[in-house]
Design a binder for this molecule. Sequence first.
Ligand SMILES: [Zn+2]
Ligand SMILES: [Zn+2]
Length: 121
Amino acid sequence: MAQFPCYVCGSRYAGKQNTSYPAFVHGSLEFRETVRTCGPCTQRSSHLMASLAEADALSNGDAACNMCHLPGATVRLFLTTYWFGEDRADLYAHLCAECTTQHVAPVLVGLTDAMSVLPGP
Ligand SMILES: [Zn+2]
Ligand SMILES: [Zn+2]
């Protein structure tokens, strides 16, 4: 069976493709990628999405960070996922720089070039 390297953790895994399309947008800078992840990394992303979606539902569309709830969210996250065995899901979130670099980007895309277009801590 074909083996694929996980985009986030680098481990190789067989079968079950989990694909996501995250886009981090900060002003005119953006990072878009096609991300294929192993089971454990997909689980982590899935939990993160669930908590962000819940926060977004409670935020009434204000500009506070969906994760820490402080005002001044400067990063917009657009995420589409095709997890194995699940329907397509879409998520939109506002995030502050710190949550993006410390919590969200590491889970969704790992430590990659995404960091270079994102605001520093
Ligand atoms: Zn992984
Ligand atoms: Zn935050």
